[in-house]
Design a protein around this ligand. Sequence first.
Ligand SMILES: *Cc1c(COP(=O)(O)O)cnc(C)c1O
Length: 393
Amino acid sequence: MECYFDNAATTQVRPEVAEAMIPYFTESFGNPSSIYKIAQKNKNAVEHGREQVANAINAEVNEIYFTAGGSEADNWAIKGIAESYANKGKHIITSCIEHHAVLHTCEYLETKGYEVTYLPVDEYGMISIEDLKNAIRKDTILITIMFANNEIGTIEPIKEIGAIARENGIIFHTDAVQAVGHIKIDVKEMNIDMLSMSGHKFYGPKGIGALYIKKGIKLNPLIHGGAQERRRRAGTENVPGIVGMGLAAELATKELDTEIPRLTALRDKLIKEILEKVPYSRLNGHPVNRLPGNANISFEFIEGEGILLLLDYKGICASSGSACTSGSLDPSHVLLAIGLPHEKAHGSVRLSMGHFTTEEQVDYVIKEIPPIIERLRQMSPLYEEFIKNKGEK
Ligand SMILES: *Cc1c(COP(=O)(O)O)cnc(C)c1O
C-alpha cells in the first residue's frame, strides 16, 4: 500500500486546484500589469486569490502580499522589520525551535549588529509566557514565534503572545506555514501583525506563499524592482500559483470543521497503537495542543534513518525530523530543545497525515511499524547491551 505520511514536508496538489491553474499557463498567460483584456482577466484572478487567502486568516484583502513561498515571507518579515525599525532598537525575540527560515535569518541579523533572544521551550515544545515577558526590553522591535512546529506539531500560545506584544507596543510576526489550512486562525482576534504562509503545505502549488502585513506596519521591501504588490514586493506575479494557492486556502479552511476531528482521531489512534505495541517508544511534542495530522515518535536504541529506509520498502513515506536537516548527521534542534538526549533524538520519526490520508493507511502503518522496529533493534548493539544489563539486574 502506498502511504504518504510526510504532509509536513509538502502536500499533494488537489486535482481541482491543479485544474484551476492550467488556463493561466496556456490561454490566459498575460502579464497582470498589461492593459489589454486577457491581462485584466489575470489581474482579477490575482485579486480573487488575494481575497481567498485573506479570508482564510480573517485579514483584509489589502493586507496580503504574495511571495515565492514561506521562506521568503519569513525572511521579508524579519529583515524588513529589522531594517525599518532599526532606529527604535535592535533586539528581536524568537524561540529556539523555529524553522530554519526564521532561525538562520535571525543568526544572519546577529552578524549585522542585532541582538536575538532565543526563548527555550518546555518538554512539550511550548514557550513560556513568563520567559517572553522577561525577555522584553526597551529596544525590542520584533517578536517572531511560530504558530505550530513543523517537526513535533506543538501549537504555541499565539493569542497570549499577541496580547503581550500589543501591550508592549512590539510587532508580532508568526511563521504559520504549518498552521494555515490545518487549524483555525484569526489574525484580528489573535493580535497578529505579520504572518507567513506557504501554498504547498495546504494542497496548493510549491513556490508561492504570502505574508500578511497588518495595515500601518512599516516594512521595507526585500525584493526591489517593479511596482507589483502595491510597491512592496517586486516581480511579475505568479498568476497560476496565486490562483492555486487561493483556491487551496479556501477549500482547506472550508473543511476545517470536519478535517480537524477526522485527522485528530487518526493521529490519536496512530500514536496510541504504536506506543502500546512498541516498548521503549515515546511521543514527542504536546499530547493535546498539537497539529491534527502530526505524530512524532522516538524509538530507543535505533536510528531514524534506518526506520525510514525500511518504511520506504513498505511504501510508507515518513521523515526523521525536518527535511532540511536530512543529509546532516546532527540531530534536530527541536528534539534537542525539548530535552531529548542525542541518542533518543536520532531514533525519531515524524508521521504527518493530511487531507488524502485514510484510516486504512493508518491501520497499515500501525501494522508495519512494530516489526520494523523489532528488526532494527535485533541488529542494534545498544539494544543488545541494554537487554544484557537488564538480565543481570
Ligand atoms: C515548510 C516551512 C517553511 C518554508 O516554506 P517554503 O514555502 O518551503 O519556503 C517555513 N516554516 C515552516 C514552519 C515550514 O514548515
